[in-house]
Design a protein around this ligand. Structure first.
Ligand code: SAM
Length: 212
């Protein structure tokens, strides 16, 4: 992957990203959170939201369970917003915040019960390293749920239509990366060899579901 071509990191304009999450993407997060909790049966423990942005998915998970969420992003502005929203929604006592890069997560081995990540992986520069880091921090028996789904087919259609109207080029910054990541994933997952892994690819979107 040519790093020089990857200047877009999926949220470089924090204010406009925040507005789009609140005005357009908001309904997807509780739907996806519920799907994650049903599929993993996680109710408590430590959750890491990688590339959390403003923290919408991690907060949805926290509201529907008793997990403690570490909101993790390379952008200090995103983490500041994630912190503000966690305060507003009374989730701060079950939240902490970490600024850093997925390629070198500053967390101990086997310290996390579930890693979640939505809409961030296309922007990672070295998927083998990033997925290795995710598997490293997971406890044995822990889960990772990484992807770019929209929750349902209807939500995907609704949001795609809205975004196409706002900016017909909105997918262009990441669609090639999505394709390259998908092509690279089978080999990466096989080499990491977790207890199980599967790709969920349906009309609502695409997820990598790992059990360590
Ligand atoms: C499109 S946003 C998605 C935010 C959030 N997960 C959501 O669904 O609303 C992508 C986020 O990934 C973060 N990101 C991109 N590359 C990263 C990296 N290498 N390490 C940590 N965070 C990263 C960006 O800063 C941005 O906040």
């Amino acid at each position: 992957m040519n790093i020089a071509t990857k200047e877009h990191k999926g949220g470089s304009n924090t204010q406009s990203f925040d507005r789009i999450v609140r005005e357009v993407f908001a309904p997807i997060y509780p739907t996806i959170a519920e799907q994650i909790l049903v599929r993993t049966q996680v109710t408590t423990g430590k959750c890491l939201d990688v590339g959390c942005g403003t923290g919408a998915l991690g907060r949805a998970i926290a509201r529907l369970s008793n997990v403690h969420v570490t909101f993790f992003d390379q952008s200090i502005e995103m983490i500041q917003l994630a912190m503000d929203y966690a305060y507003e929604e009374n989730l701060i006592h079950r939240s902490d915040f970490l600024i850093g890069d997925i390629h070198k997560i500053n967390l101990a081995n086997e310290s996390i019960d579930i890693v979640i990540s939505r809409g961030s992986s296309p922007f990672w520069e070295d998927w083998h390293k990033a997925y290795s880091e995710i598997v490293r921090v997971l406890k044995v028996g822990g889960y990772a749920y990484i992807g770019g789904g929209f929750g349902t087919k209807e939500l995907k259609e609704q949001i795609t239509a809205h975004m196409n109207k706002e900016n017909p080029n909105w997918r262009n910054s990441f669609k090639d990366h999505v394709k390259t990541e998908r092509e690279a994933l089978p080999q990466i997952l096989n080499s990491l060899n977790p207890a199980s892994h599967r790709i969920i690819d349906d009309e609502s979107g695409y997820w990598v579901f790992i059990t360590k």
